[in-house]
Design a binder for this molecule. Structure first.
Ligand code: 5AD
Ligand code: SF4
Length: 460
């Protein structure tokens, strides 16, 4: 389909961003143009997230705007794709703005659905029926994924590669198993092929993605491949200089092996994102997380022994059903001991269909959730601030992402160069002034100032 402009707006995690990249590459391949501005678009696709209620509210608010836009531009086609599309299915079509609903498992059909909507004015819903009993094998998606792996609007020099789809973990708060379906690991040969192609296109850093990426397991003939195997295979691809993987689930399986790969394979970044979610054993049990706070902290100790200098990040949910002051104190305690580089804190929100929603009462008042959220962030901020100081007056290597959010700041201070942002192998954000064409390149930066979340420096 010819000369139609498509704008894609993404809410959600890296999985969702990767889906956007695939969809936009596929649409371009069919002759559509991808545009940055909604006002220039004939078709607006919203790639959505269901992980918290707030994420869905943002989408509905945006759909409200699009409904107004459609009053003046009735030709406009609006599609909802991603996790929320899968969760709500045809219910979403009831929204006046919506013409297309397409779940994450059926994105290979997206060009067809857009054509139907544009040419034939036909609304459509493509979602996976009975997603938990549907086969985890999805050959159409596997093909789609391995062909359309790149979108030039991604950060220069970087790409995501999905190594697993879905999740079988069933943490009691989490919607992912119900919207992304059963867990399946992709064939290592397809993954490595894809990494080679990306490297040929100039990609220097790849991030391997999975909901619990450390559970990657694929048996081919006699051999069972683990994430550690993938890491060492990926490291041999010429041109790939940094390899990351997210997100890890705190489990013994493959743990030592993966840390070993991190220590031994030079281009695996020393960074582990390993959410604890809570520090209370009672709450961890209710969340169906299969470890205790003590086991979790022991894992972090081991990581620091095996990989000196490793940077660790975490996630927490506060206000889970039944979380008392004492439970929260245990979480505070864990955060103090874990000494994360940073952590993300979320207020619990019940997700329809999950065990948490069906069996547990959302009994922590919002005010308490907010208070705990702020308290935990403040504790972490202090730790991040302390940890960031180790970099003062040191030189770090970053992969430059591009202009910072406020590139005009400090311009006068530094030879008219704009402000750029990059990240270290350990995922520290570094802001400095430099030529814009450094985007996608490695640079050495001397750190002159630190703050809890950001390091500031000068090109050295
Ligand atoms: N409520 C709040 N936070 C949640 N997360 C997942 N589900 C929920 C929920 N229902 C958080 C977890 C996870 C991160 C991606 O989102 O901390 O690690
Ligand atoms: Fe990503 Fe989870 Fe949101 Fe889906 S529900 S887009 S997997 S964060």
């Amino acid at each position: 389909m010819e000369d139609k402009n498509i704008h894609i707006k993404t809410f959600g995690c890296q999985m969702a961003r990767l889906d956007t990249a695939l969809v936009s590459a596929a649409l371009k391949d069919k002759g559509f143009s991808i545009v940055d501005n909604e006002n220039e678009a004939d078709v607006v696709l919203i790639n959505t997230c269901s992980v918290r209620q707030h994420a869905e509210e943002k989408v509905f608010s945006h759909l409200g705007n699009l409904k107004h836009l459609k009053e003046t531009r009735p030709e406009l086609v609006v599609g909802v794709i991603g996790c929320m599309a899968q969760r709500l299915g045809s219910e979403l079509l009831e929204h006046e703005a919506v013409d297309i609903v397409c779940g994450p498992g059926l994105i290979p059909q997206i060009a067809e659905l857009v054509n139907k909507a544009v040419k034939e004015k036909q609304k459509s819903v493509a979602v996976t029926e009975k997603i938990r009993t549907a086969s985890a094998e999805n050959p159409a998606l596997e093909d789609f994924e391995s062909v359309f792996d790149r979108d030039d609007k991604d950060i220069l020099g970087q790409a995501f590669v999905r190594v697993m789809r879905g999740c079988d973990n069933f943490c009691s708060y989490c919607i992912v198993p119900y919207v992304r379906g059963p867990e399946i690991s992709r064939p290592p040969a397809a993954i490595i092929e894809q990494i080679k192609r990306l490297a040929n296109q100039g990609v220097k850093q790849i991030t391997l993605l999975g909901q619990r990426v450390n559970a990657y397991k694929y048996t081919a003939g006699e051999k069972t491949y683990s994430l550690a195997d993938l890491l060492s295979m990926a490291s041999e691809v010429e041109g790939i200089e940094w390899i990351r993987f997210v997100t890890s689930y705190p489990a013994e399986e493959f743990y030592g092996e993966i840390l070993g790969a991190m220590a031994d394979v030079p281009n695996v970044c020393n960074y582990l994102h390993i959410p604890a979610q809570s520090g209370s054993d009672k709450i961890l049990k209710a969340m169906n997380r299969r470890y205790t706070a003590r086991q979790y902290l022991e894992m972090l100790d081991r990581a620091r022994q095996i990989v000196p200098g490793i940077e660790i990040a975490g996630d927490f949910i506060v206000g889970f059903p039944g979380e008392t002051d004492k439970d929260f104190e245990a979480t505070v305690n864990l955060v103090e001991k874990a000494r994360y580089k940073n952590c993300f804190v979320f207020k619990y929100s019940p997700r329809p269909g999950t065990v948490g929603d069906k069996r547990l009462k959302d009994d922590v008042p919002l005010k308490v959730k907010k208070q705990r959220n702020n308290q935990l962030l403040a504790i972490q901020e202090k730790i991040s601030d302390e940890l960031s100081r180790q970099f003062l007056n040191k030189e770090v290597t970053v992969l430059v992402e591009g202009l910072s959010k406020k590139p005009h700041l400090n311009k006068a201070e530094n030879q008219d160069n704009p402000q750029l942002v990059g990240r270290t192998a350990g995922d520290w954000i570094v802001v400095f002034n430099g030529p814009e064409n450094l985007a996608g390149q490695f640079a050495k930066i001397k750190i002159t100032k630190t703050s809890p979340l950001t390091l500031f420096g000068k090109l050295s």
